[in-house]
Design a protein around this ligand. Structure first.
Ligand code: ZN
Length: 63
């Protein structure tokens, strides 16, 4: 058997690259620039907003 088996480091690197590739395809939050990793996001006039930024934007309005 002369098969080359990738060691754990190679597997880790491959997973890392896959993750990066996946992130590149994700929409980016217009506010913080982070890739949105959730299944859904808020889109306003073509711009995406991540949940974290939305939380920051929510204000409490007192009567
Ligand atoms: Zn954000």
């Amino acid at each position: 058997m002369n098969e080359i088996v990738p060691d754990n480091y190679d597997l880790f690197r491959q997973r890392d690259a896959d993750q990066e590739q996946w992130l590149v395809g994700r929409p980016k939050c217009i506010c913080c620039g982070e890739a949105i990793q959730e299944d859904s996001a808020v889109q306003i006039r073509g711009n995406y907003y991540c949940d974290r930024c939305l939380d920051d934007m929510r204000v409490y309005i007192e009567d």
